[in-house]
Design a protein around this ligand. Structure first.
Ligand code: ADP
Length: 190
């Protein structure tokens, strides 16, 4: 299986690029943010819990997120592989994912990170807020909180994969097609 972790700060373009990657490589897209939003829309218990964190720009607790991801993974029959988008976001999630994939007789092929500078991220999130209807994009304070959480809790996940020699980084600035081409190249050399 080809199992890719797509990594990058909020607004880096993970969602958009994921769509192109799943199409080319026939992978299943597992976006924890999308799954939480679907649960919020469906007003499930999980959705209510997740919303209380997401609306503040905080992370949903690891245990909740990990259990949800495992159950979504298990729903997929005969997968060719997965693209993990927005997960793992903490070192504890990364370790839990490794352990889980080992029990499923597979492993992460590599992490590919989209590098985008902070001023550009803020601008993209501001524009996205106008069309996405996402409450966590609408408020500059919440955006700042997400960027802070990213730096404190999520950036260390990069080192987790670097230590395993599974990390590659590409420039996330440029046209959508340019970024896609760089991503395909990075994935092809995993
Ligand atoms: P973005 O990349 O724009 O921050 P996501 O859609 O990936 O957006 O995530 C939205 C929110 O959902 C996050 O700010 C966080 O509150 C929650 N979330 C998503 N993935 C995780 C995760 N792996 N662990 C904890 N919380 C998560």
């Amino acid at each position: 299986m080809l199992n890719i972790v797509l990594f990058g700060p909020p607004g880096a373009g993970k969602g958009t690029q994921s769509e192109r990657i799943i199409e080319k490589y026939g992978l299943k897209h597992l976006s924890t943010g999308d799954i939480f939003r679907a649960n919020i829309k469906g007003e499930t218990e999980l959705g209510k819990l997740a919303k209380s964190y997401i609306d503040k720009g905080q992370l949903v607790p690891d245990e909740v997120t990990i259990n949800m991801l495992k159950s979504e993974f298990k729903k997929v029959e005969n997968p060719k592989g997965f693209i993990f988008d927005g997960f793992p976001r903490t070192n504890a999630q990364a370790a839990a994912l490794d352990e889980f994939l080992t029990s499923e007789n597979t492993a992460i092929s590599g992490m590919v990170a989209l590098d985008v500078e902070e001023s550009e991220l803020r601008e993209r999130l501001r524009k996205r807020a106008e069309v996405s209807g996402r409450t966590d994009d609408a408020d500059p304070n919440i955006i700042q909180n997400r960027i802070n959480v990213y730096k404190a809790e999520t950036l260390p996940v990069k080192e987790y994969y670097q230590k395993q020699d599974k990390y590659s980084e590409i420039n996330g600035i440029g046209s959508l097609d340019e970024v896609t081409a760089r991503l395909f190249k990075a994935i092809d050399s995993l």
